[in-house]
Design a binder for this molecule. Structure first.
Ligand SMILES: [Zn+2]
Length: 469
């Protein structure tokens, strides 16, 4: 088989985290009673007029700033005309000629992937197919969306999936979108083509619609590359078309021939005024923008955290925010990392609401109690588990569990003597220079004392008794 180069460009649709929809005051929220969040505007009733939600524009600008885009100062709105039952007006308000952001990009694995543009538009409703009928839920109609369009810079299915993962993370950290792919907040269309190595012209592309997980992006692109190579190898031609990915079979199927911009008869929307974005607006939004995940990554590396561990912490924003709160509360970055990674993450369930309801001050105090030996390693684990699961203050947990080690040196001495008397052979070994038996003695004493003594105290008494023997 000849050698082909894969060329991928993406269109990433992300719903914005506004309270209300983009052109009316209806609530923007996932789920809820079917057709419960709609009004005459978002169901396209005659005589209604759209009113632009400024928060949606601000979030689109925040997305643009996060990817280093240029922000368009004089942005316009266009109608994209087509009929589909989920689009009550028979047109979508979008931006063709003057999108809110242009240029920019994101580096992944040392390669810079360029963005063409980011534009704002409204989402359509949702069709529900059930028992041979099709029902329409307009709750999603009019939810603000940004569409992030890349240049055809991506070269493999893996790279495409990694890129989307990075875009998603950037949007979530910037507070632009919740990025919940399983709820459709983030959906991807992939334009895929292949060309012979050394060729100077791109191959014909197909567009795979509505991919809603990293796994499906990867699978769909992989399948499509194979399929196109098969077509070319057997002497055929790839047809420009829109395809759908079937999750069950992992294959793509033709939906319709690909439409071009002119098919939609775009024209400026006469109902909405052009929008002037000032330097002052941009400065304010830029000032309020939270630290990006890539900047946080570099900061963690600066603490001496490994790249892998930094990735683990950054995977979920709630975890990264909690880690940062611990550091602000005075934690040593490495002990905090170990406790978050080793214990907290064992209990953390992101689907349980993305929240860590633990006081960072208590968490840091538990770490320092463990550091100074006032609570044991197991005690620290118990404290973290209960603080996370029950949201209880540390002091209450310490009291209930009796976590503070109260030492009775007479009890430690009698435990040490008991262990030594029961193991004369091991004592002999120690006297003959075998210091390895020390850890055996330590373990036995700790077991007898059931954690009611610091390791340091046991060791001191143990050594003095052994010398006396
Ligand atoms: Zn509405």
């Amino acid at each position: 088989m000849k050698k082909y180069i894969t060329v991928i460009g993406l269109e990433i649709h992300a719903e914005l985290l506004t309270q209300t929809k983009v052109f009316c005051g209806c609530k923007n929220s996932f789920g809820g009673r079917v057709n419960g969040n709609c009004c005459p505007v978002c169901t396209g009733m005659p005589g209604t007029l759209p009113v632009l939600n400024s928060k949606a524009v601000e979030l689109a600008i925040a997305a643009g700033l996060s990817f280093g885009c240029q922000i368009t100062r004089h942005t316009l709105w266009d109608r994209k005309n087509y009929f589909y039952p989920d689009l009550a007006k028979a047109y979508q308000i979008s931006q063709l000629y003057a999108p809110v952001c242009v240029g920019g990009g994101l580096e992944i694995g040392g390669r810079f992937i360029s963005l063409t543009r980011i534009h704002l538009e409204e989402d359509a409703g949702k069709l529900v197919h059930s028992r041979g009928a099709t029902l329409i839920d307009y709750n999603r109609a009019g939810v603000p969306l940004i569409e992030i369009v890349t240049e055809p810079d991506l070269r493999s299915a893996d790279e495409a999936a990694e890129f989307v993962e990075n875009v998603r993370r950037t949007l979530v950290y910037a507070g632009v979108s919740d990025g919940k792919m399983e709820q459709g907040s983030l959906r991807v269309d992939a334009n895929v083509s292949i060309m012979l190595e050394g060729a100077d012209k791109l191959g014909t592309r197909t567009e795979i619609k509505n991919l809603n997980s990293f796994k499906f992006i990867k699978k769909a692109v992989e399948f499509e590359v194979e399929r196109q190579a098969g077509v070319l190898e057997s002497g055929g031609r790839v047809i420009q078309e829109t395809r759908r990915f079937d999750e069950a079979s992992g294959e793509t199927f033709s939906m319709r021939s690909k439409e071009d911009a002119q098919d939609y008869r775009y024209f400026p929307d006469p109902d909405i005024l052009p929008l002037i974005i000032s330097d002052c607006d941009i400065e304010r939004i830029s000032r309020d923008l939270p630290e990006s995940p890539s900047k946080r990554f570099s900061r963690y590396i600066g603490y001496g955290v490994s790249a892998t561990d930094a990735g683990v912490i950054l995977e979920n924003k709630a975890v990264a925010d909690f880690y940062d709160a611990c550091i602000r509360a005075g934690a040593n970055p490495i002990s905090a990392l170990n406790a978050v990674k080793g214990e907290l993450l064992r209990h953390f369930k992101p689907e349980g609401g993305d929240k860590i309801d633990v006081s960072p001050t208590d968490f840091v105090r538990a770490l320092s109690l463990a550091d100074s030996g006032e609570i044991s390693g197991n005690g620290l684990k118990t404290a973290i588990r209960r603080m996370y699961a029950e949201g209880k203050p540390l002091d209450e947990i310490i009291k209930e569990e009796g976590l503070i080690i109260k030492e009775d040196s007479a009890a430690v001495r009698s435990a040490v003597l008991e262990v030594l008397n029961q193991n004369p052979k091991a004592v002999e070994q120690y006297k003959n220079g075998d210091v390895k038996v020390l850890s055996f003695f330590m373990g036995q004493c700790a077991r007898l004392l059931k954690g009611a003594a610091h390791a340091k105290t046991i060791q001191e008494i143990l050594l003095s008794e052994l010398t006396a023997k």
